[in-house]
Design a protein around this ligand. Structure first.
Ligand code: AHR
Length: 502
């Protein structure tokens, strides 16, 4: 550690709420994301409750997943919900053409999804099929999920074991309609989206006010502004008959396309350049938020980053369509940086879904038959729990940069917030893989008495957790030293630290 770096927290002018929905998950019918990763079937030897694996449920409960986006992704625009309801034996078996031509048994359908989110204590974000489905098909699905059991749709749900209406908190109107969702222009999408927003209703009478269902329109992929312009312009002119309550943004950390960075055994050049491209999320949000501000200066419509994460080269020997990759200390750092960026834009970004929950891309959890391992990214989501619904607190930090070859980027990143009980928290990420950072943290108007929490680091930046060595990257206790009413924190190289300040 060299000269102390000054970090000044200012609690006098708190910022917006860091919505807990920023910590949402995305679970698509893709590879072993659902089949194997969540659903093993009632007759499986793997411990399960009604077919849903117990170990995965316990792990997800512990990170308080606020919402789960399902069933896709690209899969959503070819999903026909009727294939996935009713007696298990009669369900249609199809091919998942988007993802490795896997057989889709439809054993995990609507009722299993709601059972799953109930088991983990989460809320539903259901994406309906706009690409190859109809408004009627989607409306009928919503009736099946939300209508009173006195109706025919509600009776059908009751016959399948669930008389009480489900709660669909978030409704996705299509997915990537500029790409796999149908290759529509922004204006074409708006014309298609409006009747979905009008007629695909939530019939659950318990959902009013803050609990009302929110409709999320397809928005931009990366930097392209055409969807942001088209959808927000339409929103500005919406009338009593329709509206939207969210605009989606998809952006993956790939540093180029197709994804070519390895998820294991990589060098510092790969480490530095992939992390560098993570910072682009900030620029993207700024660019789209500027367009949104034009049409919605009151920031009523949140930007929903419902696909984000690091997308790497698939594991050797796996079906490339299954998007299976390992998850390293580097990816934990990338997760922390993204969460910090979302928190800094919490006035506009009020929901996000990492891709994806189990076994796919930047997963929380990896499974292989009965085995399960928690990834470094999982641990970040656990360490960041105090930030769910916390109030953003501004801070000043200038720690200089970290350079490798031609790649220069900020060396440190940090956010502060007050949790729902009023406690102050700091999250600090040291990107530099060589230098520890000595921080002196002061809080305006407060004498600091203690700084305690957890640290996530590893001997190497490419360290991973495997089924045979599951604890290579795991959080450990961390304590700062208090000096003259300030916290002295030594943040080791390539680490993430989350501490409560009192
Ligand atoms: O997350 C994998 C895929 O990435 C999703 O299905 C799609 O929406 C995006 O292109």
């Amino acid at each position: 550690a060299d000269t102390p770096i000054v970090l000044a927290v200012d609690t006098r002018s708190p910022g917006p709420r860091i919505d807990r929905n920023l910590f949402g998950q995305f679970a698509e019918h893709l590879g072993t994301g659902i089949y194997g990763g969540v659903w093993v079937g009632r007759d499986s030897a793997i411990p399960n409750v009604r077919g849903i694996r117990k170990d995965v449920v316990a792990a997800l409960r512990a990170i308080k997943v606020p919402n789960v986006r399902w069933p896709g992704g690209c899969f959503a625009d070819e999903y026909h919900w009727r294939d996935g309801i009713g007696p298990a034996k009669g369900r249609k078996v199809s091919i998942n053409s988007n993802w490795g031509d896997a057989v889709e048994p439809n054993s995990f359908g609507t009722d299993e999804f709601f059972d799953f989110i109930d088991q983990i204590g989460s809320e539903a974000y259901v994406s309906v099929n706009l690409g190859s489905g109809t408004v009627k098909e989607a409306a009928d699905w919503l009736a099946y999920m939300t209508a009173d059991p006195k109706t025919t749709a509600g009776q059908e749900r009751a016959a399948n074991g669930h008389p009480a209406p489900y709660k669909v908190k978030y409704l996705g109107i299509g997915n990537e309609s500029w790409g796999c969702g149908g290759s529509f222009s922004g204006d074409e999408y708006v014309a298609l989206m409006r009747p979905f927003a009008r007629f695909v209703r939530n019939y659950n009478p318990a959902q009013t006010g803050d609990e009302a269902m929110r409709r999320i329109a397809v928005g931009p992929g990366n930097a392209k502004l055409d969807y942001t312009e088209a959808v927000m312009k339409a929103y500005k002119d919406h009338n009593w008959a329709w509206s939207i309550e969210g605009l989606s943004l998809h952006s993956y950390t790939t540093a180029g396309w197709p994804p070519s960075y390895a998820s294991e055994n990589f060098d510092e050049a790969a480490y530095a350049s992939l992390i560098k491209s993570t910072w682009d999320m900030d620029k993207l949000i700024l660019a789209h938020a500027a367009v949104m501000d034009k049409y919605d200066p009151e920031k009523k419509v949140p930007l929903v980053v419902d696909e984000w994460g690091v997308w790497l080269k698939p594991n050797t020997g796996t079906n490339p369509g299954f998007l299976q990759q390992q998850n390293s200390m580097r990816d934990a750092i990338i997760a922390a940086l993204n969460l910090n960026i979302f928190a800094r834009h919490a006035d506009r970004v009020r929901m996000a879904n990492i891709a994806q929950m189990t076994n796919v891309l930047q997963a929380m959890i990896l499974t292989d038959g009965p085995k399960m391992v928690l990834t470094p990214t999982y641990h970040i989501f656990k360490m960041y729990l105090p930030f769910q619904d916390a109030t953003f607190v501004p801070l000043k930090l200038d720690a200089g940069s970290y350079t490798h070859g031609a790649v220069t980027q900020p060396r440190l990143d940090a956010i502060a917030a007050r949790d729902t009980a009023g406690k102050l928290w700091l999250a600090l990420t040291n990107v530099d893989p060589h230098r520890a950072a000595r921080i002196e943290a002061s809080v305006a108007g407060m004498t600091v008495h203690g700084a305690r929490g957890e640290i996530l680091t590893a001997p190497r930046f490419d360290a991973v957790n495997s089924f045979t060595s599951p604890d290579v990257v795991r959080p450990k206790p961390f304590t700062g030293v208090v000096k003259d009413g300030r916290a002295a924190l030594v943040i080791p190289a390539k680490s993430v630290v989350v501490v409560a300040i009192d």
